[in-house]
Design a protein around this ligand. Sequence first.
Ligand SMILES: Cc1ncc(COP(=O)(O)O)c(C=O)c1O
Length: 470
Amino acid sequence: MASSVIDDVLSVRDGRLYVEDVAATELAARFGTPVYVISETGLRTRIRRFSRAFAERWPEGTVHVLPSLKANFGLALRHILTQEGVGCDTFGLAELQVALDARVPPELISVNGSSKDRSLVERALRAGARITLDSEREVQLVRQVARDLGLQAKVRFRLRPDYSDLEFASDFAPDISVREAAQAYKPGIPTEALLRIGPDAVMAPELDVRGVMVHLGRHSSDLEVWRRMAAGVGALVGELSRAWNGWQPREIDLGGGFPSRRDPTGRGAQHARHDDRVGPVPEIEQYAEALTSALRESLRQSGVPTRDKVLEVEPGRSLYADVGVQLATVRNIKTQSRPVARTWVETDTSEMFLLDTLIEHNRWETVVVERAAAESTLTADIVGISCGFDVIVPDARLPEVHEGDHVAFLSTGAYQDATAANFNAMPRPGTVLVHGSDAEVIRRPETVEDVFRRDVVPPRVAAGARSGAA
Ligand SMILES: Cc1ncc(COP(=O)(O)O)c(C=O)c1O
C-alpha cells in the first residue's frame, strides 16, 4: 500500500486520508457527518512534548502545564490529560466543575476569569483550587469568602505588564500593535492598583499569595514577540518585588496563546494576503526556549532569583488544534459561468460548526478524503448549509471532487466544538475519539429535540389557542 505521512496524526494510504489507523471514509460512514474527530495518540504525544520542552529549559524549578479547558472541554479529553498528570486552566463555574469531575488535582487548577462571583470563589476555595485574581474587587471578595469559610485561599495575581516594546502587528489586525491589543484586553489587575493593594494582600492571613499569571493571547507567532513578552513579565515582577519589601512569587504562569503548527489563525482575513507568515510556525521547543531564556534574564536583571520558581504555561490551540479534524460530506457541486464564473462545493457542515472561520478569520487547510494524494485541478469555494454567507474556505484548491466525497478540515481540534452554534436550529455535530484502529463517540451529536429542549411555549401562545383569549 502506497502511504505518506502528513504528520503524527494524519497520513495518506492508497490515496485516502487516515486518522491514526482509521480511514476517514470509515469514520464518516460509521458516525455520519459532520463530525469532529480527535486523535488520542496525538493529544498524548503533544502534551508530553509540551511538558518536556518546558521542563528541559527550566531546570531551576518545577514546570506545570495547565491546558486551557476552554479550547476543548470534552470530558473524555480532559480525563486523558488527567491521566497524563497535567493541570488545568479553567474559566467560570462550569469549567471548574468539569475539571474537578475529571479528577484534575485541585492544586494544579488555575481558576481564571474576570468578574468572578461568590459561588465560583466558594467552590474553588472548598475544592482547594488556586484562584487567579483579576481585580482589586476580587482580592476583597476572596479574602471575605476565605474568612467566612475559615480557609486560606491559594491565589495568584493576574498581571497587566506595559509591554511597551511590543510594537509588532497583531496577526488579527495589522493596524493594531500587539501592545495596543494587550492594553485593550480587559483581564488582569492594573499595575497602579496592584502596587497599592499588594503589601496588605501578601501579608493577609486568609491569603496564600503564590505568584503571578499573565496571558498575552494569540497575537503573533514571532518568537521575538514572545521573548519581549516574557521579559516584560520579569521586569514587572522585579518592580513588585522592590515595592513589596522583597516579596517574590513562587509561581510564574505565562498563559497560552502559542500558535498550532499549521496555524490557521487570521490567514483568512483580508490583510492575510500581505501576511509574511509562510509555512508552519516555530516548534513548541522554540517557544519554550524564547520564553524561559527571556524570563530568566529579565528576572536576573531585576534582582529576583529564579531558583525554585515554578513555571507554568496554559496551552490551548497549540495543544488541541492539530489533533482534530472535522469531516463533512460533499452534497453537491454547483457552477455558473456568467456573469462571473464560480464553483461551489456544497458540504453538509457549516461555518457555525467551524466558528473561527468568522471569529478569528481562520483559513482551514482541507483534504478531499478519497483523493488525498491527487493533484489540485479545481478552484472552488467550500461552502456550508446555513443561510449565512457560509463560505468556509474561499478559493480552495482542490482535486477532482464529486457528490458523496468527504472533505476533512484540518486543525479544528481547538475551539470549534467549544464555540459551535445552533443557528438555523442546526443540531451540533458529535465528536469521535480515534485511538490506533479504534474509534468511539465521546460526545454524541445533538438532535433536533436537544436544540429545542430549553424552549417553553406558554399555553396561551400555543398554536390553536384562541387569539385574545383571557
Ligand atoms: C487565561 C488563558 N489561558 C490560556 C488560554 C489559551 O489560549 P490559546 O488557545 O491561544 O493557547 C486562554 C485563551 O483565551 C486564556 O484566556
